[in-house]
Design a protein around this ligand. Sequence first.
Ligand code: NAD
Length: 320
Amino acid sequence: DPAKGTKMDASIVAKSFRNEIKAKVVAMKQAGIEPPLLVGLLANKDPAARKYAEWTGKACRADGLRYELRTLDDPIEVEAALIDANDDPRVHGIIVYYPIFGQEESFSGESQDDYLRDTISHKCDVEGLCHSYRTNLYRNVRFLDYPTNNQKCLLPCTALSVVKIIESCPGCYDFTKPVGRKLEGKTVTVINRSEIVGRPLAAMLANDGADVYSVDINSIYMFRDGRLHACDDSVTPESCVRKSSIVVTGVPTKNYKLPTEWVKPNTTVINVASFKNVEEEELLQIPGVVYVSQVGKVTVAMLERNLMRLYEQFHARNNK
Ligand code: NAD
C-alpha cells in the first residue's frame, strides 16, 4: 500500500553477504586451505555480551569459518590474552566483547576499553575500531597503503551494517554516481555519536557525499566534506529530522522514542539500538516510509566479511 510505510527485514541483506563468505570458504576448502580463525575474548558476566558471543560463534560455524571463544575470569587478563592472539600466526581475527572495564580510566585518561581497542593489531581487528582504522575513516582515507592502494581499510562493523542496509533501500544511494558522491544531495540524521556506532556512521555517510546531522544528548554537529562543522542554536533534533530522508536512531534507553510527527514521507528509518527507539505502528502510517527495526544480523555478516578481508590482505600467504 503506497499510502503507508513498509517494514524491511534486514536479514535479506545479511544473507547475501553470508552467501559470498560461504562460497569463499568452499573454494578454500577445495584448495586444501583451512578457513580463517576468529578468536573471541570474553571477560564479563554481561548477558548481552554472552549472547553476542554465542551469535558470532553460531554464525561463523554455520558459514564454515572457525571460531574460538576464550573466556577469562578477570578483566586484567584480557590484555595478555589479546597480545598472545595478536602474535599467534594461526589467529586471523580477534573480537573483544565489551564492556571489559566499562568507563574505568587508564593512566592516560582514556578508558581502559579504548586502550584495549587500540591494542588489537590492525591485521586482526575484525571490528575495525583500532586507532589506525578510525583515524583513516575520519580523514576519508580508504587505503592503509596510500597511494599504492592494495590494502583497504577495515570499517567498523555496526556502522558498516547500517551503510549496507541503506544501500539496499530504494532511493538512497545513487549508483550511477562515482565513489564519494553516491549520497550527494541527501540529508541524514544519526541520533547517537558514540565512537562505536554514531560517529563512524556519520563519517562514512558524509564520505559518501551526504550532509549528516550527528545528534547526541547535548550537542549537534554536521559532518560534511570530510569535516565536522558546528551548528548554530537554531538547529535542533526536530529541525534535523524534518530535513532528513534517512534517520538512524541509536539511543540506548527504554524511554526514548523518536517523535513520529517529525518524520517526512518517503524517509528511511533505521533503529540500531537494542531498544525500540521508534513507535513502529505510528511510523508505518507515514506514506513511503521504509523502516528497519534491527541491524544485528547484518553486523554479524559484516564481522565475517571483515574476517575474510583480514585473511586475504594480511594472512593468506602467511605474511602476518
Ligand atoms: P553508548 O552508550 O556508547 O552510546 C550511546 C550514545 O547515545 C551516547 O553518545 C549518548 O550520549 C547518546 N544518547 C543518549 N541519549 C540520547 C538522546 N536522547 N539523544 C541523542 N543521543 C543520545 O552505546 P553504543 O555503543 O553507541 O550503542 C548504542 C545502541 O546500539 C545500544 O542500544 C547498543 O546495544 C546498540 N548496538 C547495536 C549493535 C548492533 O549491531 N545491532 C551494535 C552496537 C551497538
